[in-house]
Ligand binder design. Structure first.
Ligand SMILES: C[S@@+](CC[C@H](N)C(=O)[O-])C[C@H]1O[C@@H](n2cnc3c(N)ncnc32)[C@H](O)[C@@H]1O
Ligand code: SF4
Length: 385
């Protein structure tokens, strides 16, 4: 998957991938903003060698704190690091009880609780990106949080809260340490009428462009039904949108209904046609491992629209811990069942897993074949940096 992304990003104008992660983990600049310089000296520690990290944490000074984001996929490693006895502050979508044997691990159910747990921490302020100074990346920028849809597998909070437009300038100024040409709009369903500030994007673009002379625009994510509304994508393009991510999941109406996705394949086809007409690009999110899916329609849709699809994102259906909705009616028994990067699921047989993997290979091959000698936005002058 990583090799696929490296090749794809190289063809996608404005896409940068940092060496250790796809994108900056958003909780880090949030947490850094809550730890004022006068009381904390902050360091970024990238764990790519578990033994070296264990050794380093073992040697920590008494007052040192280690912050981690826990996922079902990394709990085992975190428990190993916790065995050092160092103080760890952990948050994330895992069952907090897994750390019950380690009194040195403090689990935060919500990042807003940090000032209660850590003396001299303060409530969240403007995001602090200084730990990532000079990094070539695609930063996130948020104009609203939450999503008003309720797809059954999703953990995004269902209450939509628009951001305060008075904060745009400061949030953009906070990205100054980073090197980027595109910003990823964190809004989960961009253009949702409930987040009624989405038309501020043109103004936001002007603020970005004034601060970063190389700035080229935005990547937004939204369901195809919102994207298919007449005139919407044209408006997006005029406000600086360059790429649109669709949570397609599967191009199968019955299964879209099962997942409670807020669109059907007719919206997907209509929105894809509009993307093509406007000269934009689409990056779909797919969910493999949905019970009963044969992926045929999904592969077919990729083939029909490969010319607007420089890359795809693949996930494997997971029933995340803490999912408010979660009524997928699936047996959730193993860590793999809760990990969207793991192919083994208790609801899938070996044949189904093999079919899913084969479909992913097909989809990768179709996009790589078409894009091998192509780049996005080919008519724009290449900038040498
Ligand atoms: C937060 S959603 C944003 C997409 C956008 N709101 C939409 O639905 O069009 C990002 C993507 O993560 C993937 N995803 C989220 N939860 C998942 C889960 N439990 N299992 C597998 N994939 C998941 C889906 O592919 C989803 O489209
Ligand atoms: S998958 Fe997308 S549209 Fe569905 S609830 Fe999550 S964020 Fe909203």
């Amino acid at each position: 998957m990583r090799d696929y992304y490296r090749r794809s990003y190289a063809r996608m104008r404005g896409y940068y991938m940092p060496p250790h992660f796809m994108e900056i983990p958003y909780w880090i600049p949030i947490t850094a903003s809550m730890l004022p310089d006068e009381h904390f000296r902050k360091e970024l520690m990238i764990v790519d060698d578990l033994d070296a990290a264990h050794q380093r944490i073992t040697e920590a000074a008494e007052g040192d704190l280690f912050f981690f984001s826990a996922l079902d996929a990394n709990v085992k490693q975190l428990l190993h690091l916790a065995s050092t006895g160092a103080t760890m502050i952990v948050g994330g979508y895992v069952d907090p009880d897994v750390f019950a044997d380690f009194p040195n691990v403090r689990f935060l159910r919500d990042i807003t609780h940090l000032p209660v747990t850590v003396p001299r921490a303060r409530p969240r302020t403007t995001l602090d990106y200084r730990l990532f100074d000079g990094l070539k990346c695609i930063p996130r920028f948020s104009m609203s949080s939450g999503c008003s849809f309720r797809c059954k597998f999703c953990t995004v909070p269902t209450q939509v809260v628009p951001a305060d437009p008075g904060g745009y300038e400061a949030e953009i100024a906070a990205l100054a340490p980073l090197d980027f040409r595109l910003a990823f709009l964190d809004d989960k369903s961009f253009g949702d009428p409930v987040a009624d500030n989405w038309r501020d994007l043109g103004r936001v673009r002007d603020i970005f462009a004034a601060a970063h002379e190389d700035f080229e625009g935005f990547i937004v994510q939204t369901p195809p039904s919102l994207a298919a509304r007449s005139g919407f994508l044209a408006e997006c393009r005029d406000m600086g949108v360059r790429y649109v991510e669709f949570g397609v999941e599967t191009a199968h109406d019955g299964l879209l209904k099962y997942l409670r996705k807020p669109f059907r394949t007719k919206h997907l086809y209509a929105a894809s046609e509009t993307v093509r007409e406007l000269g934009l690009y689409v990056i779909p999110n797919f969910i493999m491992g949905i019970p009963g899916d044969d992926y045929r329609n999904t592969v077919q849709w990729v083939k029909e629209f490969v010319d607007i699809m420089p890359a795809v994102n693949v996930n494997w259906l997971a029933a995340h811990f803490g999912n408010e909705r979660g009524d997928l009616d699936l047996p959730v028994e193993t860590f793999g069942d809760r990990d969207q990067n793991t192919v083994t699921k208790s609801w899938l047989g070996e044949k189904e897993i093999a079919a899913g993997l084969a479909a992913v290979q097909d989809i990768y091959a179709v996009t790589e074949e078409y894009w091998r000698d192509r780049v996005t936005y080919p008519s724009e002058q290449a900038t040498v940096r």
